[in-house]
Design a protein around this ligand. Structure first.
Ligand code: ADP
Ligand code: MG
Length: 526
């Protein structure tokens, strides 16, 4: 039995509660209008452009409104904030200025995001104040803001505890507590803080726990701090996977960076996320990609809050098209229009995979995911396919020539667009004058323009000594889990090494031709 299934069974057994099945989830989506939601919230929701509820909202909103303790599991980007935020807003008594609801989030960024979302929902509800409370912000100012009377706080555990110690947060009237991104808070070592906070909450309260994954410690928190919680689980495959084209590439470890760059060049996404398994790898890869001329920024837990903000602003605004991150750092970051997700490392946990690729293909758009697989890691791909009932295709690595021809067709498309949309009569005159001289045809002149646009890349096609891509592909789907074999690798790349020595070329020389396509990118972007 897969890990995930085992976890599920454990949960089902523990809960002994009615579970919401996939079938129920698949039925058509509820509209906000058709619910008991307050008219003022509905108005705000309409303004925000939401029409249908997301699956987790459909299940969680009516349930949470009944006052029931619950656990909501759904992957990142599925609208969990509204799932608990709307019911909370409905429960707040605006005439009572005391604190009534506490939402805990793992990071300042997430706290701010969630607080902002709640403010939007409550735009037409007068007298409701939502305050984010996080470390790094001047505590004196926070205290002043709290004194102004906030009914809802969205805070990071450390800072919330601080305020509790200082008695600047009074919990007497708190009737609702939510742990948002609970798994991540546990990952980040907030367990003790969370427990300290929960222990000081009024006994009579509603407790919600929202999370993308369900590791064991969450069960323990549930046992200790929730009453008869109902578990609502959205299966990730249903939410996003059909919209994402997933591919994987069998590569040698030392070729990973090269292959990644080719995939970026070939698909040329406007906004891309690259995931690594470690902070160190994030740093290293960021540095290397920057050196190659890519506008890439790295994000991980060791950055200061200021650095994080800078990186996120660059990525959001599009000044950096590539964000390289660890799973933890990327959690909950809400950026739309991510066109591609690259798994530089195969994730250690299947749920992480679903999570990572769920960052693309949002809002009905199709996205792409690319996973680099070294040697035996191919079995992990099979695992993911089985567990998520999805298909991840092995693909061939684009060659430098593939990349160039793709660029050429893009340039042609642009040219056609200009011909259609702009007045090109003057330019046409210049060309006709040149043709009248009789030395060159229109085709030759067009080709020369193309060459100018492509720059050195035409040269790269010529200088490409060998293509590790096409051969790699021959191994194709012959791998069956057992293989992904070292033998296969040695075989394939052994040949390559042979070619090199046949020509009496040194290793570094061959590598240069590998990198040829990338130098172009470097030149262009810097
Ligand atoms: P999660 O907490 O599950 O990661 P969020 O609550 O941050 O997800 O929501 C992700 C994005 O989806 C946000 O930009 C949010 O505004 C948007 N969103 C949430 N609910 C809906 C909806 N029903 N329709 C359209 N967009 C929505
Ligand atoms: Mg969230």
């Amino acid at each position: 039995m897969s890990n995930k299934n085992r976890k599920r069974e454990e949960f089902d057994e523990f809960m002994g509660k009615e579970m919401l099945t996939q079938k129920q989830q698949a039925e058509s989506h509820m509209r906000y209008e058709d619910t008991q939601i307050d008219e003022r919230i509905l108005r705000a929701v309409r303004e925000m452009g939401y029409e249908e509820m997301t699956p987790i909202q459909e299940q969680a909103i009516p349930l949470f409104m009944t006052g029931q303790d619950m656990i909501g599991q759904a992957q990142t980007g599925t609208g969990k904030t509204a799932a608990f935020g709307i019911p909370i807003l409905q429960k707040i008594d605006p005439d009572n200025r005391n604190l009534q609801a506490v939402i805990l989030c793992p990071t300042r960024e997430l706290a701010m995001q969630a607080a902002e979302e709640l403010r939007k929902f409550s735009k037409y509800m007068h007298g409701i104040k939502v305050l984010p409370i996080y470390g790094g912000q001047d505590i004196v100012r926070q205290i002043r803001n709290l004194k102004g009377g906030a009914q809802i706080i969205v805070g990071t555990p450390g800072r919330v505890m601080d305020h509790m110690r200082r008695h600047t947060l009074k919990m007497d009237d708190v009737h609702t507590v939510v742990l948002d991104e609970a798994d991540e808070m546990l990952n980040m070592g907030f367990r003790e803080d969370i427990e300290t906070i929960l222990k000081q909450m009024p006994e009579k309260r509603q407790t919600g726990l929202f999370s993308a994954t369900m590791p064991k410690p969450i069960l323990e928190l549930t046992r200790a701090y929730q009453k008869d919680a109902v578990y609502v689980r959205m299966t990730p495959e249903e939410v996003t996977i059909p919209l994402i084209k997933q591919a994987y590439y069998q590569v040698r470890r030392q070729d990973k960076e090269e292959v990644l760059c080719r995939l970026i060049d070939y698909y040329d996404p406007k906004r891309a996320l690259i995931f690594c398994n470690t902070k160190r790898m994030v740093d290293e890869l960021t540095e290397h990609l920057k050196a190659r001329g890519y506008e890439a920024e790295g994000l991980h837990g060791d950055l200061s809050q200021h650095q994080r903000d800078t990186v996120m602003n660059l990525f959001r605004s599009g000044r950096a098209g590539i964000l390289i991150a660890t799973d933890v750092a990327a959690r909950g970051i809400d950026v739309n229009d991510v066109e591609a997700v690259y798994n530089y490392d195969v994730p250690e946990d299947i749920e992480y995979y679903v999570h990572r690729i769920g960052r693309t293909g949002r809002a009905g758009k199709t996205g792409r995911s690319f996973t680099l697989v070294v040697g035996r890691e191919a079995y992990k791909i099979r695992d993911i396919e089985r567990t998520c009932h999805t298909r991840i295709k092995e693909r061939k690595i684009p060659s430098a020539a593939d990349i160039t021809s793709r660029k050429a067709s893009k340039i042609l498309k642009e040219a056609v667009h200009v011909a259609q949309q702009q007045d090109i009569s003057r330019a046409t005159e210049y060309i006709l004058e040149e043709i009248a001289l009789g030395e060159y045809s229109a085709v030759e002149i067009a080709a020369a323009f193309m060459q100018m646009k492509l720059g050195d890349e035409i040269e790269d096609i010529k200088s490409e000594k060998f293509s590790f891509d096409r051969k790699a592909n021959h191994r194709g789907r012959s791998r069956d889990g057992r293989s992904g074999s070292r033998g296969g690798n040695r075989d394939h790349y052994g040949k390559k090494a042979g070619q090199r020595s046949d020509r009496g070329r040194g290793r570094s020389d061959s590598r240069n031709s590998h990198y040829a396509a990338l130098r172009v990118k470097t030149k262009k972007q810097t």
